[in-house]
Write a protein that binds this ligand. Structure first.
Ligand SMILES: NC(=O)c1ccc[n+]([C@@H]2O[C@H](COP(=O)([O-])OP(=O)(O)OC[C@H]3O[C@@H](n4cnc5c(N)ncnc54)[C@H](OP(=O)(O)O)[C@@H]3O)[C@@H](O)[C@H]2O)c1
Length: 236
């Protein structure tokens, strides 16, 4: 492998959107480290991904709620592959409940993973991305601009991710680091405990978000699509 092979870190790549993005980037010849809260899930996904291109995927246990854990993940990547070009802050959870029954624990976990996890992801990777003039991509949601019943915690976290991503986009442009936020509508994943069946065929598929990430990375250096809204074209 060439020393110039680009390297990506995807938080929460053990399944769903993160896994779909990993597939797409590896097909583009990019090495990908994926994280999960457990080493076993990260390893299982990485071993599947290595079937696309052997040696291109690495599984790392890291909880985005913990900055030290994110910093360790970045260190592991730099030790193994020597560089970090792209970070996709994807890890997220969704507890949908009205404020009457939403628990303080559900609120805290949603904000800690979805919002603080995004903050931790850029804090841990900033120096490495500055070196490569890299790209930081956040996976927010259409829930980051459209509010709905039962969305108190989730809407708050995703509105936060959209605002955070746009603000740091201005900061990081000065360092030659691009920032985009992708705001998907319904994607066919196990998010929120959903079980994917044939009935989810109308939804955006995880690999479609992968294609968007690949396309963003291929944009000319002069151009930055900073906020990408994406929705099913034929809702059920
Ligand atoms: N599905 C949708 O319709 C949809 C729409 C818009 C936006 N999104 C956003 O897309 C992102 C990915 O969701 P998904 O649909 O792919 O859900 P998913 O299939 O449930 O995957 C979630 C991923 O996040 C990881 N994760 C959760 N908590 C983590 C933590 N504390 N530290 C590290 N990793 C963690 C999970 O890994 P482990 O469980 O192995 O730890 C898993 O890999 C989320 O931010 C979600 O809000 C989803």
């Amino acid at each position: 492998m060439s020393e110039l092979t680009k390297v990506a870190l995807i938080t929460g790549g053990s399944k769903g959107i993160g896994y779909g993005v990993a597939e797409s980037l590896i097909k583009d010849g990019i090495r990908v480290a994926i994280t999960s809260r457990t080493q076993a899930s990260a390893d299982e996904a990485a071993s599947e991904l290595n079937k696309i291109k052997e040696g291109y995927a690495l599984g790392i246990e890291s909880d985005v709620r913990n900055l030290a854990s994110q910093e360790k993940a970045v260190k592991t990547i730099i030790t193994k592959w020597g560089r970090l070009d792209y970070v996709i802050a994807n890890a997220g959870v969704g507890y949908m409940a009205p404020i009457q029954t939403l628990t303080p624990e559900q609120w805290q976990e949603t904000i800690d993973i979805n919002l603080t996890g995004t903050f931790n992801s850029i804090k841990a990777a900033y120096e490495s991305l500055k070196e490569t003039k890299g790209y930081f991509i956040t996976i927010s949601s259409l829930a980051g601009t459209n509010f709905f019943a039962n969305g108190g915690a989730y809407n708050a976290s995703k509105f936060g991710v959209v605002g955070f991503s746009q603000a740091i986009m201005i900061d990081l442009r000065k360092d030659g680091i691009k920032v985009s936020t992708i705001m998907p509508g319904s994607v066919a994943t196990e998010f929120g405990g959903h079980h994917v069946t044939d009935k989810d065929a109308w939804k955006i598929q995880p690999e479609d978000i992968g294609q968007i990430v690949s396309d963003l990375i291929k944009m000319p250096a002069r151009t930055l699509p900073s906020k990408v809204e994406v929705r099913p074209s034929m809702p059920a």
